[in-house]
Each structure stands twice: as structure tokens, then as C-alpha cells.
Design a binder for this molecule. Structure first.
Ligand code: PA5
Length: 356
């Protein structure tokens, strides 16, 4: 565990400085606000769309998951997240398709945005370049450019915050300025606690990584923003720490998975259950989480409960996400693993590209 407090060893292992990227989340959010503020979005502003489809995969696809959950209680139009080559039949003329791909070259997202244009949807493209930018330019569609040089998952602040604030600017999503301010302030506070030079004894992100080390994480979210975040944690642990992780959401998991921890105890006793919580949820949901943890606690090596901090849902979502993101990098370091490379994703994409 000593590596977490050894800055020289961290530097040697984390060759492309993924930790630095995660530590910098606050600045990404601030820069995202500037990018959104400067963007020319005349073609989509105040257009009165009848539906919103957010297209994207993996680290970019998280943008759709989180935005849908952040705005679903206030928007009056359907919001659909598409993580595939194909669009559901109900997405058609009158909808806004938001294509989010950090590289701009993800084939599923390219196919989906091309299909959206064939159906007469309006398009907003968000990328750091690539084919998606070219497609948007060729068809005179709105393209918002992000800074280059990141791993897609490491650019999450740019991806989701820029897109969210563009939707606010386009009068599609109602996000309060106070919530944005609260989010920035909370993330800045958390940054001071999670930085590499805060030693493990005082650093909740390092402590979380230590808890997860040697154990298979199972993350329980709650239908809504904490589901999107639970899934994000799972993906970050997969891609940064290169280890398996699984997730599920309340209340659905109470109708199946709760029973599933009865057998295979020799496997589940190597797992850690992490329950994401929000004290503003209904009493029923809070009690449900407590009962569930008590029913299945003995199946796991450890059970952790993580309470979302902040007042607004935006601040809560961003702060729980930030904790998971940075802890996944500390977990990679504990596994003596460089967090940045995702060789298997690249190998798969290269093979698929050969098919044309
Ligand atoms: O984090 C990653 O590298 C992946 O999950 C990518 O985000 C995913 O493969 C899609 O690529 P892009 O985000 O460039 O569209």
C-alpha cells in the first residue's frame, strides 16, 4: 500500500499521468463551462425539439447516462440514451440527436448519428475531432470541440459538463446557476482532499482504493443519478485498475440479486459491496438499502456505504463520480498497473475497422 504515498513511484508507474488528469477534474469543469459559453449553437437554440437522443459509447456514453438522470425530472420531452449502431424507430424528424465521442471515431456513434441525419433529426456533435467533427461540418451541423490529448474517460468533465451546459444554453435543460456554482465549489473542496500529496491516513480516495484492493467490487446505485454513477465507478475500475467490477441498482436488485448471494460463498467472500446512498431519498428507499445490506452483508469481505454530499443533484452526482474516478486510479497503482492504456479496447477497434 506504500506506493500511494510515494510520489516518485506513482510518477514512474503512471507514465501518462492519469492521476493528474483525474486530480484536475475541477479545472475540466471550469474549462467546460467556458467552452459551452463560447460555443455557437444558433442551429439548436430554442428550436423546440420533441425528443432528445444522446448517442455515445463507453467513457463518452456516460454523458448520456448522467445527463438523462440529471434532467429527466424537469424536461418535458423524452430523453433517450443510445449506446449502439442503431436508433429506436421513434427517434425521427423533430428530435435533437447529440453525438458524443471524445475521439470522434467510434463506429457505433458514427453509424447512429448518420442514421439520425437520414431521419431528419437536428444534430449536435461533441468531440475532440475525428470523423464526427467532419460529419458535422460536412452537413452544416453544430460541432462543439473539446481539448485533445486525453483518454475519453479522463475527459469526462469536458464531455458531460460541456454537453449539459450546451443543453442549458439551448434552453433544453433547466440547470440552475446556483447548482453549477455549488458543484464547482464542492469539487474544488474534494480535490484538496484527494490529491496524491495527501497521505492515505487523511485521503478518502486512497482509503477507498485500499478497501477495494484484492477484492472484487460490486457497486449498488439507486435508479436515477446514482445508477449512472454506480455504472461509471464500475467502468472506471475496469478501465483504470484493469479488474472486474459489477453494479446493480435499487430497487430492481431487490427482486433478484439479493437472493443471488446465497451460494458460491467462496467467490463472494472475496468481493466488496459498495452501497451508494443519498440521505434525501425517501425513507422507504433508505430503509430498503439498510435491510438489503443486513441481509447480504455476511456474503462479502467488506461492505462500504458512501453517502452523496452536496445539496443539488448535480453537485451530488459530480462529487460521488469524482471519488470513484480518482479511487480507481489509486487502485490501479496498488495493482502495480499503469492506469492509462486500454490495449484491449484499441485492439478490438482496430480489428473491427478492418471490416470497413
Ligand atoms: O474510455 C474509453 O477509452 C472507452 O470507453 C471509450 O470512451 C469508448 O471506446 C468510446 O470511444 P470515444 O469516447 O472516443 O467515442
Amino acid at each position: 500500500m506504500k506506493i500511494l504515498d510515494n510520489l516518485e513511484e506513482i510518477k514512474q508507474l503512471d507514465r501518462q499521468d492519469m492521476l493528474g488528469v483525474e486530480e484536475d477534474f475541477y479545472n475540466q469543469l471550469k474549462e467546460a463551462a467556458r467552452i459551452a459559453g463560447d460555443a455557437n449553437i444558433d442551429s439548436i437554440k430554442g428550436a423546440g425539439f420533441c425528443g432528445l437522443a444522446i448517442l455515445g459509447m463507453g467513457g463518452s456514453g456516460f454523458t448520456g447516462d448522467i445527463i438523462k438522470n440529471l434532467i429527466k425530472d424537469s424536461v418535458q420531452i423524452p430523453v433517450e440514451v443510445v449506446k449502439s449502431y442503431e436508433l429506436p424507430a421513434f427517434i425521427k424528424k423533430g428530435w435533437l440527436a447529440v453525438a458524443v465521442s471524445y475521439s470522434g471515431n467510434t463506429e457505433e456513434t458514427i453509424a447512429a448519428v448518420n442514421e439520425a441525419m437520414l431521419r431528419g433529426c437536428e444534430v449536435l456533435a461533441v468531440s475532440a475531432g475525428g470523423e464526427i467533427k467532419k460529419i458535422a461540418r460536412r452537413h452544416n451541423k453544430c460541432h462543439v470541440g473539446l481539448p485533445q490529448g486525453y483518454q475519453p474517460r479522463g475527459a469526462a468533465g469536458y464531455l458531460f459538463f460541456t454537453t449539459l451546459l450546451i443543453l442549458k444554453k439551448a434552453q433544453i435543460a433547466a440547470i440552475k446557476s446556483d447548482d453549477i456554482q455549488e458543484t464547482l465549489e464542492l469539487i474544488n473542496q474534494k480535490k484538496a482532499m484527494y490529491l496524491r500529496d495527501v497521505n492515505t491516513g487523511n485521503n478518502p480516495a486512497k482509503q477507498l482504493a485500499v478497501h477495494m484492493y484484492g477484492r472484487l467490487p460490486v457497486i449498488y446505485g439507486v435508479c436515477g443519478y446514482l445508477s449512472a454513477v454506480a455504472y461509471r465507478w464500475k467502468c472506471e475500475i475496469n478501465e483504470n485498475a484493469k479488474c472486474p467490477a459489477f453494479w446493480a441498482e435499487f430497487p430492481e436488485l431487490n427482486h433478484n440479486e439479493t437472493v443471488g448471494w446465497q451460494n458460491l460463498a467462496d467467490i463472494s467472500e472475496k468481493m466488496i459491496l459498495i452501497v451508494l446512498k443519498d440521505s434525501s431519498f425517501s425513507k422507504k428507499l433508505i430503509v430498503r438499502q439498510e435491510i438489503t445490506a443486513n441481509l447480504i452483508r455476511q456474503s462479502f469481505a467488506d461492505v462500504l456505504e458512501i453517502e452523496a454530499e452536496g445539496k443539488s443533484v448535480l453537485a451530488k452526482a459530480a462529487s460521488v463520480m469524482y471519488l470513484g474516478d480518482i479511487a480507481s486510479v489509486y487502485l490501479a497503482l496498488l495493482y502495480n498497473t499503469d492506469p492509462t492504456p486500454v490495449d484491449r479496447i484499441l485492439a478490438l477497434k482496430a480489428e473491427l475497422a478492418k471490416l470497413g
